[in-house]
Ligand binder design. Structure first.
Ligand code: ARG
Ligand code: ZN
Length: 410
């Protein structure tokens, strides 16, 4: 017992540190450059794109280099004439400064301008339900691999309107995503009686929202490794976790995903092996024809991605996807001047099979976007809390445009 306690405390005290690690933006301009970047797979943590196999000449690459590899890496980059900038000078220092939010002075009020743990987010959901019982239902339909609740919210003046599906937190380290889901829900509920726009959406649509899909991975980013991306499932291999956004039934195990359990883009032992992919897939499959739109929030890059990403092919309603992305991005930009790009996944990002977006489109959701939130790499995944509120404001405007469009089609 004593030993166990000591071990537990030690684990807590020794969350992974990133002192001296840097995030570099590399500019590969030749096949030699691309090969060298691929060789860095063993020690480098790919931020953008998500894996070395997706690196292409002419596209910048953000990558975290652990301190002990920095000197060698920079020497090699110089030797082969690859341009690079230091994006994050000290990753640990940036992590230590991500908590910049000023706690609200009102004791007891939930603070949307700070990052919350998975435990806080779950109790927040139930608190919201008690406060707004006529507009919000909280359910925990599925348990994660580590036995946490996957929380699902059903929000609106009726639970039987056409569904607007939203999820946040598929990838663990993309903290701005669940933060957005929470403040979006709060805005919709707290302004239902005062904001005509909010009321129109809440009266016409049923919002089904998963505020934190990858709850285990997210918990792990707080306790052990801030840079964790995947789930925490274990299939008896040396490495832990599956990339949930490579685990869906959309050309599963295809391009841009890996069969290697140690890869950050591991597609898993089978389609929808992960509890969260099962939950989301089942929801989509059991509501075909009812879901009018699906938005899945990631970070970072400031991009609207619409299908397809699992092959170079276009959606039937490409024009609609593109027009609404443009309109939504314009509304977003009007708030704090942040610019978002847009396009089909195969073009705006890269081929990456097994995504929840392509799956939902294939199984009947007419309008689907993966939205990569702030920023474009200055902080990457370690976006400071001071940017939560502005991100929420602009992203609310973005969602509003999409929801209003959906309502015109009802
Ligand atoms: N950064 C996201 C990812 O790689 C983009 C997802 C785009 N959609 C897709 N089906 N690959 O998971
Ligand atoms: Zn992501």
């Amino acid at each position: 017992m004593k030993l166990f306690l000591v071990f537990t405390l030690a684990t807590l005290a020794f969350a992974k540190r990133f002192d001296g690690d840097q995030v570099l933006t590399l500019h590969p301009t030749s096949s030699e450059h691309v090969i060298t970047i691929n060789e860095m797979e063993e020690f480098a943590d790919f931020w953008r794109p998500d894996s070395p196999s997706l690196v292409r000449e002419g596209s910048p690459v953000d990558v975290r280099i652990p301190r002990e590899y920095l000197f060698k890496t920079k020497r090699v980059l110089a030797a082969i004439n690859m341009d690079f900038e230091v994006k994050v000078n000290d990753v640990q220092d940036t992590i230590d400064h991500q908590f910049t939010g000023t706690k609200t002075p009102y004791a007891g009020a939930y603070d949307y301008d700070v990052y919350h743990t998975d435990v806080e987010i779950e109790s927040w959901a139930f608190d919201m339900q008690s406060q707004y019982s006529s507009l919000l239902k909280v359910e925990t339909p599925t348990k994660s691999e580590e036995n946490r609740n996957i929380v699902r919210l059903t929000m609106g003046s009726s639970q039987n309107n056409p569904i607007f599906l939203i999820d946040c937190g598929i990838h663990a380290r993309e903290w701005i995503s669940p933060a957005f889901c929470q403040c979006f829900v709060n805005r919709m509920l707290s302004q239902y009686n005062t904001d005509a726009n909010v009321r129109s959406m809440m009266d016409a649509l049923t919002f089904v929202i998963y505020p934190l899909l990858n709850v285990d991975g997210y918990a792990y980013t707080w306790s052990d490794d801030r840079m964790w991306r995947k789930t925490r499932s274990n299939y008896g291999t040396v490495c832990t976790g599956v990339d949930p956004n490579r685990n869906f039934d959309a050309e599963w195990s295809g391009p841009g995903s890996s069969s290697n359990p140690c890869s950050d883009t591991y597609y898993g032992p089978e389609v929808a092996s992960e509890q969260l992919s099962k939950e989301l897939s089942n929801f989509v499959l059991s509501h075909t024809g009812e879901i009018q739109a699906y938005l899945t929030f990631h970070s970072y890059g400031q991009v609207y991605i619409y299908p397809y990403s699992d092959a170079v092919k276009d959606v039937d309603n490409k024009q609609e996807h593109n027009d609404i992305a443009i309109a939504s991005a314009a509304a977003l930009e009007a708030v704090h001047r942040k610019q978002y790009t847009y396009g089909p996944g195969y073009q705006s990002m890269y081929l990456a099979a097994g995504g929840s977006d392509d799956f939902s489109k294939d199984f009947g959701v007419p309008l689907v976007y993966t939205i990569e939130l702030r920023d474009t790499g200055r902080y990457g995944f370690i976006l400071p809390e001071s940017q939560i509120a502005p991100s929420c404001e602009e992203t609310y405007a973005a969602v509003d445009v999409i929801a209003q469009h959906v309502m015109t089609k009802l």
